[in-house]
Design a protein around this ligand. Sequence first.
Ligand code: 9WO
Length: 243
Amino acid sequence: MTSSPDTPWHASVVTIFPEMFPGPLAHSLSGKAMDARIWTLETVDIRDFARDKHATVDDTPFGGGPGMVMRPDVVDDALRSVLDGRPAIFLSPRGRPFDQALAREMADAAGVVLLAGRYEGIDQRVIDTHREEHGLTEVSLGDFVLSGGEVAAMALLDACVRLLPGVAGNAASLDEESFSRGLLEYPQYTRPQGWQGREVPEVLLSGHHEKIRAWRQAQAEELTRQRRPDLWRSWEKAEGQDR
Ligand code: 9WO
């Protein structure tokens, strides 16, 4: 049994689809951690900050073009209603690439405020204002476009929550270590020992812990070299500096 901290890590998601949350975050590790009050999740419905009786949050883009753009005045009010010094993040394909080190930084903060956009985007002025005044950071999970920032927000939260003290025990700190080592994971096997004519690598059955460690290390290096030359180059460089 793990005791909950006095002040849970607090996530606020600013969105026009609050009903999408907690979604998958109610399951698995992050759901249990929520039950244990290690973290709390709050949604802020942007529509509550609309000015007219139709609760309009978007309008057509100046200069023409497809679709709709979220209004800066409405988004600004929604965002300001929750900003309290926690890091503020706008999920966007134009952002700083998300990685394990950024997940760790955010897990070490008091929590996060996430802005999830929809439509063709958010008026640039509200992004610029919040970057300049409150350090709003644009963060991207990868080079693809979603229908909105909500699913990206969930993925980011899952990555952070499993790093909170008392959530994943040893597993998270171990895989974090392997990522900060800068290599991809080595392959894993379980029973049955033979399956569809494929055998588990002999060395893993040997009980020889030093040989197993060396095999896994070699596999991780080979996979990284083949699949992620970018990671491989920085790993080699860091290795040269001795780590
Ligand atoms: C769609 C579009 C269509 C025509 C012209 C310009 C356009 N821009 C966009 C667009 O980028 N829409 C975004 C949808 C607005 C912000 C929220 N959306 C979003 C976030 N899609 N994908 C992400 C995302 C977030 C983090 N990591 C990867 C993707």
